[in-house]
Design a protein around this ligand. Sequence first.
Ligand code: BES
Ligand code: MN
Ligand code: ZN
Length: 499
Amino acid sequence: MIPRLRVDSKAGGRPVVLPVFQTPGDPVWPRRAAAWPKSLLTGARDDGFTGKIGETHLISGPNAQASEKILLVGLGKKESADGQSLRLFGAGAYRRLRSTRWTTARFLIADDVIPAAEAARAVAEGVGLAAYRFDKHQSEKTGGDLLKEIVFDAPTPDLREAMEGVRLGTLWAEAVACARDLINEPPSHKTPVTLGRWAQQLAGGRLRVRVYDKRALQKMGAGALLGVNRGSAHPPVLVHLRYTPAGKPKRRIAFVGKGITFDSGGLSLKPADGMMTMKYDMAGAATVFSLFKILPRLAPDIEVHGVAPVTENMPGPDAYKPGDVVTALNGKTIEVLNTDAEGRVVLADALTFATRLDVEEIVDVATLTGAATVALGKNIAACLSNTPRLTERLRAAADAAGEKLWPLPLETTYREHLRSKVADLKNIGNPGEAGTIIGGLFLEEFVAGKPWAHIDMAGVGWNAAGTPTSAPGATGAVVRTFLNYLWSLHLGQRREATA
Ligand code: BES
Ligand code: MN
Ligand code: ZN
């Protein structure tokens, strides 16, 4: 539960959270804390507190009343401080507060590195991200609900903007929590039809949702999605969400997300270890759905479509087999040589579906290849695009979110790796060679030349250990990148037309 976050520069009392910069010698106050006695820092430093990002140090006032408690929280070095430092400051403060019995706290918002409003937004986001827990299947909840409210003490002239910042930061965190909930849910609790129903309940107002069931997919000719589904006892769905703004849209965009609710590998079965986390193979779809969870409240002047092909990949009696040929929605035939390369197969149909919508650009997100983790590890997502400017703008959006996105080339000389002897293309390239690029090249065959970007989030979507801003399990990565991107389009920054 995210505590209630509000902005009030006059709320005195309460336990207070003070930001502190790190320097080689003494930790130092930001401008906003100048009125507090320096001696607090000397004592803290003697106790070993340095002001590292997210580091905390609790001090009791002389009378040890709750209102005299002070929590020092590090912002790191001032020279390198940025939005991410403030997110980690918020996260560190929240996590320390959760282990106290305090019901309220007052955060002093430092405006030394970025303006107070943006700082308040980043701190709110950090608190919201750190507040997430997945305990719905545990009888004993992990607690932390004592903290009911946090007051952001921002400089008076910036109050209104700070309020808007806190609103956005909270919304962003809510979307991430939504994605994490969907991804963390056990695979048999989120069958394609169940997920379709979940998406359906988002409908209302400017948000329309259509769920194509198995019969509709057969009629449509979505042979690729249906092919992957054949080994599963649960029918597939294709979910289409559409948000229409009140006025004329500044842009029309489609997000497409891979929705494999469990990837066993199919007949090209994964080893047990490789299957353990494969409930997260619908993280792309969850990313897309979570945008729509908050879009009506964000209300950008952008027409936004979401498309998700949803199925299990299972080795049931009628499973598609290595050597099978399926016909995708656009008529192209695919020779399936490895049933574990199923993501690109279901996305083939979903991308074709997206090209038939009246949109200017398509962005897909998928846990597509283990090779993405080999290439870039668990902190950087791969971006492959036929439109360099789109990559640049997505990277800027990722940077602003404290997320990392790195381009990989759609190397044309590798296209021949996908050449099939019996169909238009095969679903794998040469084993061990440029797996993530091959995945991208395959998808490119289904975007009909439209401006498109593919984000491979296999590495970043799951973190077993957890981080200061992410509980163990689903990370909700890429959600805030997409929200920042949408919001920047709404604000009209970089509104150049995509060719
Ligand atoms: N869902 C997996 C990719 C994946 C692997 C995501 C590990 C997260 C962690 C995908 O469907 C897959 O199995 N890809 C294969 C492709 C290969 C057969 C060409 C892979 O990466 O091994
Ligand atoms: Mn697979
Ligand atoms: Zn998969």
